[in-house]
Design a protein around this ligand. Sequence first.
Ligand code: FAD
Length: 559
Amino acid sequence: MTVLAPPVPLTLSARIDQMFPMLTPAQIARIAVHGRVRPVRRGEVLVEVGDHVVPFFVVTGGEVEIVRPSGTSEEPVAVHGPGHFTGEINMLSGRRALVRARVSESGEVIELDREHLLALVQTDAEISEILMRAFILRRVELIAHGLGDVVLIGSSHCSGTLRVKEFLTRNGHPYSYIDLDSEADVQGMLDRFHVAIADIPILICRGDVVLRNPTNQQIADCLGFNDAIDQTQIRDVVIVGAGPSGLAAAVYAASEGLDVLVLETNAPGGQAGSSSKIENYLGFPTGISGQALAARAYTQAQKFGAQVIIAQGAKQLACDRRPYAVEIDNGLRVPARTVIIATGAEYRKPSLGNLSQFEGAGVYYGATFMEAQLCRGEEVIVVGGGNSAGQAAVFLAQAAKRVHMLIRSSGLAESMSRYLIRRIEQNPAIVLRTHTELTALEGGSHLEHVSLRNHQTGTTETHDIRHVFVMAGAAPSTHWLDGCVVLDANGFIKTGPDLTRDELTAAHWPLARAPHLLETSLPDVFAVGDVRGGNIKRVASAVGEGSIAIAFVHRVLHE
Ligand SMILES: Cc1cc2nc3c(=O)[nH]c(=O)nc-3n(C[C@H](O)[C@H](O)[C@H](O)COP(=O)(O)OP(=O)(O)OC[C@H]3O[C@@H](n4cnc5c(N)ncnc54)[C@H](O)[C@@H]3O)c2cc1C
């Protein structure tokens, strides 16, 4: 049986049986069909920390220990006996191994490479459920205990720290955090790592590489997030954006046998990933955090074989040739038979000269557990009157002393769901400030004061408020399309029946048929979710459109 090796670093929870399930002889026989049975000798290392695209092992005789090297010693994690198997979620993503698997007692294993493991989980529903659950729970434990290959040294006074934390968290990568704000001897700490204050945050990657205030792309490169993905091969469908619409398209396309590549400029989840709780998505009566929903969808897409490139955005669509190609940040061009644009929208930034100085250090565009921790017991401002602002206000009111909601209009009735309005009205910690706008931000390394102007009274007030959540006026992410597809007056992409004959003529639509539903003015290029004109800005509609688009992808691939 699998036992957690002492000293037990993992939480001994009721989930232990699901984390380390015992396979039945019948299940082992079905797995064996996909792999090869081979003897193993005591001391043999089956998986080394840092290996990518690691094989999967079922132990049929002897024992395999899982350890985490730490300096010159090793930290025990688990011991697998006969009937148990190795691996966690990186088996699906092809990312680097975070632990070492070594044979501690000679015996026998069944070995499957990643392709065969994917084939197994796609075809055998019973085994798939057991493996997927164990892989996910094991990763959750690694995250909960910071058992990864990353140490982050940061401060809440530096905007990069929140960005890096969000990037690692939203990519489901475990890390341990050293908070300089709570270090008595900050300078001593910095000297120990030979870094200057301007270098913060520091990320120690895979034990030895020291990255100073790294970009998300540098982190992804160092951790090898995209190493297992061929970025040059032509794909049936390239999906740009891994929010709910892009991930839904990826799940349906991959599960229906298409060769899928997803490009994501940041991390999976999109806007939904910055929501503390989504309560109106079908099937989750008690709500689900955007992060949890995104993580499940991401894993589901990978299980079916979709590949997701992280921290590499689309810079341009080469639309003057076939196959189309999407140029990405690293300069490569990814060729595609069809393209799905799922780049969503971003909040419009208030036009305040020094806004960027405080982004991540007092100004935020998402309201998750991470941001809520930063403003515990303090007063905060939420700018906006839509559902996302309402949700943020209610969520933040649990941690903050008071939440001021700033809206330009006279009330919430036109822009927000009734259930949220009621919660806001009934919450004494939320103050609604109508006809009010944010006019100035002040501070040093962190936001310290804000100025608010009331348009009705003409008065301006300054408050000592250190946290502002901007959640108003979403703008579509279409700048990279550079004239390839017809947009509406607000910059959203026009599709299907919304495209007029004149627009199609001007766009040189070459086919006898009209564009399909969700197809843009460019044949075989589709737009789904928030980036599409006329779309209802909800998770459910984004997911619905992403999945519907795949029916049309099949159709055009057969035209
Ligand atoms: C805080 C908040 C709370 C919300 N709460 C709810 C709710 O409770 N219920 C509900 O139904 N809806 C809610 N919404 C709205 C919902 O999240 C959106 O409608 C939904 O996320 C839209 O999905 P999408 O995939 O179309 O776009 P997005 O979620 O915007 O995702 C687009 C993705 O594309 C990526 N991208 C952008 N440009 C590029 C590029 N050039 N190359 C590669 N990738 C790119 C982005 O990084 C992003 O990951 C909320 C939104 C927010 C912000």
